[in-house]
Design a protein around this ligand. Structure first.
Ligand SMILES: [Fe+2]
Ligand SMILES: [Fe+2]
Length: 350
């Protein structure tokens, strides 16, 4: 930023002999001055960057610069530079992570945890964290009644076969890969409802938020799992292919029949609960080491500091049960011939 301001000033001095380039130099300097003020600087009329620049401008226009005048100008420029450096230092002191760009600086306010320690995450904030509802019924199953229900249930059961063959009992890896898929439906549904709301000038009944919330929650599951299991190159490739296929298939399915789309996700979530239950069994039997919970999980689910992998899988499984209920509920609303906006969206389950 200081380089930009000094460049502007030097440009202006050079431009004093050319009236055509004078306007550009002044406007650039004005913007520079505004930036300093925006970053928290306090300037008196004498030391305001605009005042300094106007003084230099006037002198250049009225008289030829003498050596003493040049010295004074240089001094003023140095003062300006020093002051700007101080402003940058102030911002850096306030938040080491803030980015000071050439155009604007966006310092973040100090965010702390309830215990007073500094908040470590940029990807989510303390007010987005929650305690999972561990009292949720994990055994609930939507008994398929209609042809669409049976189709959805069978499709999910069929999809489970290649997953079982590929991952076997490598539940960490399995969970990580499946979360890359699980984070898609909420985003697709939320996006399509958003477009519908905008297109038809109508409210969504809170369902856009509910579905995007689900997508974000699933993505946080993935961010947690990736701390525990590092994907290999061929797994990354598999995610690329699967996401490309699944996103497009689900997009078309949601356009054609949101009732069926939500039912499919409801059954997928039932399978996710089953997978996480098996994961927990392996942790309890010692087949999988019950390592310490990743820091991101401790903060996101407000877990105790000594939380373990078992605690993390337990809260993730509770989330999946919630997604199951939300999606079966959404499908039921459609099944009754109603629109989602007519039923209150289950927002804020956290
Ligand atoms: Fe998940
Ligand atoms: Fe889920």
């Amino acid at each position: 930023m200081n380089r930009l301001v000094s460049n502007s000033i030097f440009m202006m001095i050079r431009a004093s002999s050319s009236s055509s380039s004078m306007t550009f130099s002044i406007s650039s300097s004005i913007n520079g001055g505004s930036r300093i003020l925006a970053s928290g600087g306090v300037s008196s009329p004498e030391t305001h960057p605009l005042s300094v620049l106007m003084t230099v401008f006037r002198r250049n226009m009225t008289s030829s610069p003498s050596s003493s005048l040049k010295e004074r100008e240089n001094k003023e420029i140095e003062t300006l530079k020093e002051r700007e450096n101080k402003e940058i230092e102030k911002i850096k002191e306030k938040d080491d992570d803030s980015v000071v760009s050439s155009y604007w600086s966006i310092p973040r306010n100090e965010i702390t945890k309830p215990d007073g320690t500094k908040w470590a995450w940029n990807c989510f904030m303390p007010w987005e964290t929650y305690e999972a509802d561990l009292s949720i019924d994990l055994t609930k199953h939507h008994v398929p009644k209609t042809f669409a229900d049976k189709f959805a249930c069978r499709t999910v059961k069929l999809l489970r076969i290649p997953t079982d063959i590929f991952f076997k009992r490598r539940y960490g890896c399995r969970a990580m890969m499946l979360e890359t898929v699980a984070a898609v439906p909420g985003m697709v549904g939320g996006m399509l409802l958003h477009l519908r709301s905008v297109r038809r000038f109508e409210q969504s009944g809170g369902w856009i938020k509910a579905l995007l919330e689900e997508a974000e929650n699933e993505r946080m599951h993935l961010m947690t799992m990736v701390e525990l299991v590092q994907p290999r190159w061929y797994e990354r490739l598999l995610v690329l292919v699967v996401q490309g296929i699944f996103f497009n298939c689900y997009f078309v399915l949601y356009l054609a029949s949101p009732k069926l789309a939500h039912r499919v996700v409801g059954y997928l979530e039932e399978e996710a609960i089953h997978s996480y239950t098996e994961y927990l069994k392996d942790i309890e039997s010692g087949a999988i080491e019950n390592v310490r919970a990743p820091a991101i999980a401790i903060d996101y689910w407000r877990l105790p500091k000594d939380a373990t992998l078992k605690d993390v899988i337990t809260v993730i499984r509770a989330d999946e049960a919630h997604h199951r209920d939300v999606n079966h509920f959404a499908s039921d609303v459609h099944f009754q011939g109603r629109q989602l906006k007519e039923a209150p969206a289950p927002i804020g389950y956290r």
